[in-house]
Design a protein around this ligand. Structure first.
Ligand code: PNS
Length: 161
């Protein structure tokens, strides 16, 4: 299980899925549905974009939205491993806390951290949104399909009034 908000899905996320496919037969990308969070892409858009990105892997990658507790969702899919990417030491505090809480809630579910590739270690969904909103080039940070979706989202908001 690779869970996240994925608003939007970045090259860093794609790399974690691809490397996870070298370890596991099947990966579920769990897309958090959190109506109280002001996401740029709707739940439906995020699931559709990620599904398209991994269509080439056939049934090995499934993309499913979830709400509520991650460990409950993980258990409902019969998966046992939560995969998270770590970019820098600064990610560690939050990630370790989440892993410990999840272990307390569900001791049989294990969290596995994969280190981000160096070239992706500066990428975050937040940075991508900021650069795209201001008209910058995000083609090194996200898959081409996501770059086009960002362009469509922000095109109208950049038109001079
Ligand atoms: O991409 P993100 O926003 O860093 O992903 C965070 C995510 C979705 C993995 C995390 O917020 C989560 O698991 N949310 C579900 C609620 C939950 O289970 N919380 C308890 C663990 S702290």
């Amino acid at each position: 299980m690779f869970p996240g908000s994925f608003d939007p899905f970045t090259n860093g996320h794609a790399d974690i899925v691809e490397r996870s496919l070298e370890i596991f037969d099947r990966i579920i990308v769990g897309v958090l549905h959190n109506p109280s969070k002001n996401n740029l892409f709707s739940q439906v858009e995020r699931v559709a974009l990620i599904t398209k990105l991994f269509a080439k892997y056939g049934g090995r990658v499934s993309v499913v939205s979830f709400s509520g507790l991650l460990v409950e969702f993980v258990a409902s899919t019969k998966s046992r491993v939560v995969i998270r990417g770590l970019r820098a030491i600064s990610d560690y505090d939050y990630e370790a806390q989440m892993a410990l809480v999840n272990r307390r809630l569900a001791p049989k579910i294990e969290t596995l951290f994969l280190t981000a590739r160096e070239e992706n270690s500066y990428i975050s969904s937040t940075v991508v949104k900021q650069v795209a909103m201001l008209g910058g080039d995000v083609s090194d940070m996200v898959p081409p399909m996501i770059a086009r979706a960002l362009e469509r989202k922000y095109r109208d908001s950049r038109k001079p009034r």
